[in-house]
Unconditional design. Structure first.
Length: 122
C-alpha cells in the first residue's frame, strides 16, 4: 500500500510538470507565428476578390512550374532509355539526337504555353 501511494505521488508530480511544460511550449510557439504572405499581384486592402485572384494566380504559376518539371523529367528519362538502347545495339546515335531535339522542342513549347496562359489569366 505504501508503494502504491509513492507511485501515485510521483505520477502526480510528473503530470504536473508535463502540464506546466506543455503550457510554456504552447505559449512560446504561438508567439512567433509569421503573417501570411501577400500574393504576387497584391490587391488593395479590403479587396478580398482581388486577394483571392492573386492567390489563384500564384497557385496557377506553381502548378505550371510543376508541369514543366515533369516534362523535363520525362524528356530526361526518354534520353536515358535511348542511350541504354544504343548500348544494346537496338538504336543509333541519330535516334538519340532526334529524341533530344524533339524533347527540347517539347520543353520550349510547354514553357511558351504556360507563359501565355499566365498572361491571359491575370
Amino acid at each position: 500500500m505504501k508503494y502504491l501511494r509513492s507511485v501515485k505521488k510521483k505520477f502526480g508530480a510528473l503530470r504536473a510538470m508535463f502540464l506546466a511544460g506543455s503550457v510554456m511550449v504552447a505559449n512560446s510557439a504561438s508567439a512567433a507565428l509569421p503573417d501570411t504572405a501577400d500574393p504576387t499581384n497584391a490587391a488593395a486592402d479590403g479587396d478580398y476578390i482581388g486577394l483571392i485572384k492573386g492567390y489563384a494566380f500564384d497557385i496557377f504559376i506553381v502548378i505550371g512550374l510543376v508541369l514543366s518539371t515533369l516534362a523535363f523529367i520525362v524528356v530526361s528519362k526518354n534520353m536515358i532509355a535511348t542511350y541504354n538502347e544504343i548500348g544494346a545495339g537496338k538504336k543509333t546515335w541519330g535516334d538519340m539526337g532526334m529524341h533530344g531535339g524533339m524533347g527540347v522542342l517539347l520543353l520550349v513549347f510547354t514553357v511558351y504555353l504556360l507563359t501565355e496562359a499566365a498572361g491571359v489569366m491575370f
